[in-house]
Design a protein around this ligand. Structure first.
Ligand code: 6GU
Length: 282
């Protein structure tokens, strides 16, 4: 699909407003590559807002010490309120980016792709005054790890949500996406050279049997998902053919579906001891 038709452009763009202490961190992200092209074509709209513009004091200070004491600083709720009120239009979704939020996933990306205007509120170093909860529609985390700020999370959300809007990506990529949205991990792909450092390409892909290729790809996707993300299988909408393919891998698909999703595998790590302070030479 070609994104253009000048009369149409801009009318139903998905609008992202980012509120951050570091707007320049996100500038190139919204101007380059597919997101930049989508913005130029009027399919997406981005604006970046510096929270300091709404500090309300000439030192542009947006934070203060926490009531009750303790280390660190807390971003003021009145600053956030003024920054939101100054947006060019009222967002239909206001998301606070925090490691304490709801986990972002494809399902949430699909839900957000139906909005008109999404505000993304990024913290950095410090937290927000808890009362910002009354100003946001939800709190979102992009995974179980802690980053220094929400800007990278905002970038992830704009990527994952933006690409779901019609015309933002080409047909080819949307087709690939469907294979992820199917709930399974992607099958492996190959291109020339046919022989590389002793590694060939699976024979079935070199022939013209399209039914065989389709089945091979589905089987590899099942195999990969089983090995890497078995927790995805119960929700993947498996066909009877899939179930028999899984049986040959030693997995009873019906038993899988019957149980709750097991947690994603966590690589076991050895506890490492802090190295002892080197001995002073005597
Ligand atoms: Cl949204 N913010 C921060 N600081 N860390 C995170 C996160 C967000 N999501 C996962 N880790």
């Amino acid at each position: 699909m070609t994104p253009e038709a000048p009369g149409h452009a801009g009318g139903d763009a998905l609008h992202f407003s980012v509120l951050t202490l570091f707007p320049e961190l996100l500038r190139p992200f919204t101007q380059e590559a597919l997101l930049g092209r989508a913005a130029a074509n009027g399919l997406l709209k981005f604006d970046l807002h510096d929270l300091r513009e709404h500090a309300g004091n000439r030192w542009r200070k947006v934070d203060d010490t926490p009531y009750g004491g303790g280390a660190g600083m807390v971003i003021r709720v009145d600053v956030v309120e003024r920054a939101l009120a100054a947006l060019p239009s009222t967002p239909d979704e206001v998301i606070l980016l925090t490691p304490a939020g709801q986990r972002f996933d494809q399902r949430l990306a699909e839900e957000l792709a139906g909005r008109q205007h999404i505000a993304l509120l990024c913290g950095r170093y410090e937290g927000f005054d808890a009362r910002v909860e009354g100003l946001v529609t939800r709190e979102v985390s992009i995974g179980d790890y802690v980053m220094m700020g929400g800007e990278a999370a905002a970038a992830c959300i704009m990527e994952a949500v933006g690409r779901l809007r019609p015309g933002v990506i080409g047909d080819e990529e949307s087709w690939r996406a469907d294979s992820y949205s199917s709930g399974l991990l992607d099958y492996p792909e190959y291109t020339r050279p046919a022989e590389w450092q002793g590694h060939g390409v699976p024979q079935v892909l070199m022939g013209g049997n399209h039914a065989a290729i389709t089945r091979w790809r589905r089987d590899r996707a099942l195999e990969r998902t089983l090995a890497r993300r078995p927790d995805l299988l119960p929700g993947a909408g498996l066909t009877p053919e899939d179930s028999s393919a899984l049986l040959t891998l030693g997995v009873d698909a019906d038993a899988l579906a019957g149980h709750g999703a097991p947690p994603p595998p966590t690589p076991k790590r050895k506890r490492t001891r802090r190295p002892k302070t080197p001995q002073e030479p005597v």
